[in-house]
Design a protein. Sequence first.
Length: 305
Amino acid sequence: MTLSMLRYFIAVAEAGSFTEAAAACFVSQPALSRAIANLETELGCTLIDRDGRKSVQLTPAGQVMLVEARRVLQQIEVLAQRVQRAEREGCAHVTLGYIAYGLLRTFRKTTMRPLETLTAAGVRLEPVYGAAPEIKERVLSGELDCAILPENCTQDMSGCRKLFVCISPMHVLIPKTHPLFGMPSVRLEQLRDSPFVFFDPKDLPHIFARHVGLCREAGFEPRIAGYGHKIGDVADLAYQHGAVSIVSEAFRYAASQEIDIVPLEGDHRGFVMVLVANRRTQNPALDQLFEQIEIGVGQKTEWIP
């Protein structure tokens, strides 16, 4: 399997025609057709339905191939950019995924000295923002070197290494439309009659389960007003419905005249934040990052079973 095969296949899928794809790729149609046929032979499956229709159609296997082929070429592009940048700037890079600016800021604050040591050694950290499912997938695929995530988000990342960074205390997001707005802190029991907005359980199932569990431990079943993918979604829904949400202290940057984010009283263990990386990721600078943070926080790297 070659990169040319992948490019030809993507061109056929996007153009819907072997003739147009060959023209777009500046090759003859027979050469392009042979490449696609060789790709199908190597994979042992049919990717394109050739039933005589004017426009080609992808088989179910071809649809999966299109998604994965695009992802491979994107990774190749990222690889080339990173190598070229390293050549220009003369330093190593570590890509770090994050799901909220507050978590990145907390990570930087907690690991300030280790990061300063790495910078002095010529290692540069490249933050990459995204939703939790996307960031996790990019770490598992090796597209990202590592990510800073709540530990509860990493339970399905088997085979990855993780390193404790800090505990971010639990807070409550309260909109101006809620009666408790303006309180310096709240107890969970005070939220019994409030509607709740949670982060989408499809994105963060373990976080969702924990928050619901906390409400049940406090003696009530949370009344759910909606789900959000990001802190902005959660804040907007909370404001619309006069609802509350349990969040990390790291989200306090989102507080405003319309939204309060205040401490949750009680003996509630906060969000354990970890640095996580795929076992197979080969980047000496990543190993340096883990080593320096181990020294800085006094913890050892563990493996997710």
